[in-house]
Design a protein around this ligand. Structure first.
Ligand SMILES: O=C(O)CCC(=O)C(=O)O
Ligand SMILES: [Fe+2]
Length: 295
């Protein structure tokens, strides 16, 4: 199986269908050059100050800079990209909502070997999610050209349908080569890893991932984005950061206040949101079609 490649005029239905089929897809040249340049310029001092990784998985010649919503105002536009949010809504439709899971600029330096092949959903304590029940919709934006030589992400297309814990190697993978500004999407169940960088330049990819909102976020957004910065952000972005109920009874504050009300200091004791009508949600978990999220 190859990596589906779609033009930037594609609908979210088309992209979600490609993801359901292959577990991954490339949409070419989505990000305008000026937005890409702004994100890189805003993050440059942060990337310079980021240490290289401590182990082979993080990469000893790789710098991973997080906290992007706080550090790069322009990255907020990328996080909220309508095509990505529409695709995530489709891929994660088995959950009552989704939130931002992590934000990371991955700068792979020359000479870095290939990253071990893995599933990103292993972050959830290696819980064996049923096949077809997607809990993550992930993106890597090419901040420069992704080539086989400079460490384009390596993918095992179709592997979202394989069993868990398989020991894939580089020879089983294909590179997600793509021109700058392109978008790689892959599910949390897709086996993949960063490629080896055999070039003499750094490969920069913006890894923005989204997960079902009943799961804990990989990057703690409440602490990565200081509260005074959070209070200046639009409400749709705040909800995506996690200032919202994660499911029926998850994430309220003290006397069942809405997290957004609590952050913004609105609403009094009467603003409690309660748990809603139990009868309308009970059984939802058992009646879900495990494949629904991939359609
Ligand atoms: O940077 C890449 O190409 C992929 C990185 C990755 O898969 C990860 O860090 O989980
Ligand atoms: Fe990964």
């Amino acid at each position: 199986m190859t990596v589906p490649r779609l033009p930037n005029t594609s609908s979210s239905e088309d992209v979600a269908a490609a993801l359901a089929e292959a577990g991954c897809a490339v949409v070419e040249r989505v990000l305008p050059d000026d937005l890409r340049a702004r994100v890189l310029a805003e993050l440059e001092p942060w990337m310079r100050a980021t240490p290289v990784g401590p182990d082979d998985f993080a990469g000893r010649r790789t710098r991973r800079t997080g906290g992007l919503v706080a550090r790069s105002p322009s990255s907020r536009e990328v996080v909220m990209h309508p095509l990505v949010l529409d695709v995530a809504r489709r891929v994660l439709s088995n959950a009552s909502g989704f939130h931002l899971h992590l934000t990371q600029m991955i700068a792979i330096g020359p000479g870095e070997p290939a990253q071990p092949i893995h599933r990103d959903q292993w972050a959830f304590d290696f819980f064996p999610f049923p096949q077809g029940h997607e809990v993550q919709c992930n993106t890597i934006w090419a901040m420069g050209d992704f080539t086989e030589e400079n460490g384009a992400t390596r993918l095992v297309p179709g592997s979202h349908r394989r069993e868990d814990g398989l020991p894939f190697e580089a020879a089983d993978t294909v590179p997600a080569t793509m021109p700058a500004g392109s978008l790689l999407l892959y599910t949390g169940s897709l086996y993949h890893g960063a490629g080896a960088n055999r070039s003499d330049a750094t490969r920069c990819g913006l890894n923005l991932t989204y997960a079902a909102s009943w799961l804990r976020q990989e990057e703690n957004q409440y602490l990565s984005v200081p509260a005074d910065v959070a209070r200046s952000l639009p409400e749709d972005l705040l909800r995506l950061l996690g200032y919202a109920r994660g499911a029926y009874a998850l994430g309220y504050v003290d006397d069942m206040r809405d997290p957004l009300d609590a952050l913004l200091g609105r609403g009094g004791p009467d603003a409690a949101v309660g748990l809603g009508d139990l009868a309308s949600v009970v059984g939802r978990g058992t009646s879900r079609d495990p494949g629904a999220g991939s359609n």
